[in-house]
Write a protein that binds this ligand. Sequence first.
Ligand SMILES: *Cc1c(COP(=O)(O)O)cnc(C)c1O
Length: 375
Amino acid sequence: MIPVSRPYLPQREKLDAYLDGIYARNRLSNDGPLVQELTRRLSSFLGVEHLLLVANGTLALQVAYRALGVSTEAGKSEPNAITTPLTFVATASSLKWEGVDPVFGDVDAETWCLDPDSIAPRVTQDTRAVVPVHLFGNACDVEAIDTVARDYGLRVIYDGAHAFGVRYRGESLLSRGDASAVSFHATKAFHTVEGGAIVFRHKADLEQARSLINFGQTAPDRIEAVGLNAKMSEFHAAMGLCVLDELEHCLAPRREAWHAYEAELGGWARMQRRSSSVENNSYVYFPVAFADEAQMHAVKNALERAEIQARRYFYPALDRIPDLNPVRPPSARAGDLASRMLCLPMGQDRSETEYVLEILRGMSRSMRMQATGDD
Ligand SMILES: *Cc1c(COP(=O)(O)O)cnc(C)c1O
């Protein structure tokens, strides 16, 4: 079976050397030297100033909401935040978990990211934030989102789980908004097995978050807030340091597969239109939208018969999930896209990509024949 994604494992000797250091120091967690080294190296790699490593991407979102005053406080009315329905469930469930009602906007039919025009009509007096997603590493319309947020006094927290390493107008895409949350889960290109980070615009917010992820402690005998435990361990940082060293090695085959898919599918399926201001891709996903749900299923089944896994990322659209109690009728464009999108396998070698392409080519031939009634 060719899996839809394959975690990258760095050279074993390199990891062993870091583990030897952990054993020698006997320091396993709590902002240890490897977490500090990874913080420095990632900040410089991304070109960002206020980066905080955390235990995973979902906690990165939750801590960002807390640090920026979006989460609910006892005795106050239920806050809400406007987000996109076309994303991984954690974007919205993390809001719900923090006592913030997700209010779903719709996506742009071409970029597949939150449509900035769908924000203002949904703002109420309880709206505190906008939580857009740079879906599949494409940039949201960050300028338009900034403008609406300023007009209505809203915080902007980007779910940047797909945006690691993406450059936007000469800067990291993660430097936009009040904060961006990133995931370093094993299925993302850069990973720490489990892990994540928050990139803040302001240093004061970073310092607030730093105490929140450590039980609200600012010193061993000082508790200044109700916190939680969201710290990254030294073992996870060691994996991150190794993967960062080999990032190019990890991305090269993905980049190759990405371009091969694009060339093959350009003629008969739809790709996401990428913002003209993004300079590169994250090469983590290859999403494609087919003509309709039936065609998507036909392609998915043909791939599965050939032992190739393709996944319906992201289905169903989150405004169809009762537990996230959507208050409005489901968003039309997000629902339509979710019904006919697939993500193709990434992270395999060239011969496996060739094999996937062969199956896709066969599908495209049979669909053309069906369309012309010529069998
Ligand atoms: C992976 C992902 C997350 C969650 O990150 P974890 O590190 O797995 O908690 C959140 N949002 C999006 C869009 C993701 O793809």
